[in-house]
Design a protein. Structure first.
Length: 118
């Protein structure tokens, strides 16, 4: 199983980035996909979720500025980030999760760094 996140980088405040996470080795359409982030010295936090039924949910801090989406044909989940602020600087990780017989099975990508300068 591989989750390959990309699209991070250095951007000025107010700018935009789109993260991608390409998966292999899983049945993508059966997985809920989640973006997390972890800033230095802080705990990893959930940013956005898109279920296998394409329902989306967001952390309050990113609502209206971030958009998560999925393309089942490409086994890829995206995170569109707009109006970026320095406080969103973190490593962003994608996570694939599926319940199988009452067990949660999940996989993690390697992370992509997002740095927003003021």
């Amino acid at each position: 199983v591989q989750l390959q996140a990309s699209g991070g980088g250095l951007v000025q405040a107010g700018g935009s980035l789109t993260l991608s996470c390409v998966t292999s080795g899983i049945i993508f359409s059966l997985n809920d996909m989640v973006w997390y982030r972890q800033a230095p010295g802080k705990q990893r936090e959930l940013v956005a979720t898109v279920t296998r039924g394409s329902r989306t949910s967001y952390a309050d801090s990113v609502k209206s500025r971030f958009a998560i989406s999925r393309d089942n044909a490409k086994n890829t989940v995206y995170l569109q980030m707009n109006s970026l602020k320095p406080e969103v600087t973190a490593a962003y990780y994608c996570n694939a999760r599926q319940w199988v017989e009452f067990r949660l099975i999940d996989y993690w990508g390697q992370g992509t760094q997002v740095t927003v300068s003021s």
